[in-house]
Design a protein around this ligand. Structure first.
Ligand SMILES: C[S@@+](CC[C@H](N)C(=O)[O-])C[C@H]1O[C@@H](n2cnc3c(N)ncnc32)[C@H](O)[C@@H]1O
Length: 204
């Protein structure tokens, strides 16, 4: 069972360290340049989150919620900005991304930020998890890379905190997958759109 944890709305007043603000701002410029390129098809599944807000929510979570370990996993890591932030916050960060071009951009972020994040190309859905979807058209089902967990040598229940930015309408599916495969005590953070970051703990 997942139990919702309310992040206070005042979280958005948490100061953003100046150096992090600069890093986020230049990452946003990289994203815009990537999305403006005309010489290859757009990767429509990548949409940038509100990274200052995600930082504030992660910081609040680390200050106010017990963690069952130190491992952080970004489902669909894209430019890996959230996993880089998690690493800067002292977590042991990992990311799984299906799209090779995005994985390459994620590696660039990690290098530029000079943080340690293990990124792998693969599917963040554990084998068999697709069966939990009630809609066969959900975007996260339409990837066929190999099992990302196998490449990491870890299972979903080896992490303390998982973060994802689900496509609209996929948040329930992400919650079902987490509820089925995560460990008791593990946390799930979902960025669901502007001013909408949801935090859950698997409680049984
Ligand atoms: C909305 S973007 C969010 C990217 C990043 N997490 C962020 O917050 O900036 C969703 C990402 O998930 C990736 N993705 C979707 N389904 C996936 C799957 N089943 N396995 C691995 N990556 C997936 C997409 O390629 C895309 O990069």
């Amino acid at each position: 069972m997942l139990t919702r944890i309310q992040i206070p709305s005042s979280v958005d007043t948490t100061p953003i360290p100046a150096e992090l603000a600069v890093q986020i701002s230049s990452a946003r410029n990289e994203i815009e340049a990537f999305q403006d390129r005309w010489d290859r098809p757009q990767i429509e599944q990548f949409v940038a989150a509100d990274y200052p807000l995600v930082y504030q929510c992660l910081k609040w979570t680390l200050q106010h919620q017990p963690l069952v370990g130190q491992r952080f996993l970004e489902w669909g890591s894209g430019f890996s900005i959230v996993s880089a932030i998690a690493a800067e916050l002292g977590l042991t960060a990992f990311g799984i991304e299906a799209e090779p071009d995005l994985l390459a951009m994620g590696r660039k972020t990690i290098q530029t930020w000079n943080v340690s994040v293990e990124l792998v190309e693969g599917n963040f859905l554990p084998p068999g998890a697709a069966q939990l979807a009630d809609d066969p058209m959900l975007p996260s089902l339409h990837h066929d890379p190999s099992d990302g967990y196998k490449k990491l040598g870890l299972e979903l229940d080896d992490f303390a905190l998982v973060y994802a930015y689900p496509w609209p309408g996929e948040d329930d599916f992400h919650e079902f997958v987490f509820d089925r495969y995560a460990a008791t005590g593990e946390l799930l953070m979902l960025f669901c759109g502007p001013n909408d970051v949801r935090l859950w703990r698997k409680t049984s």
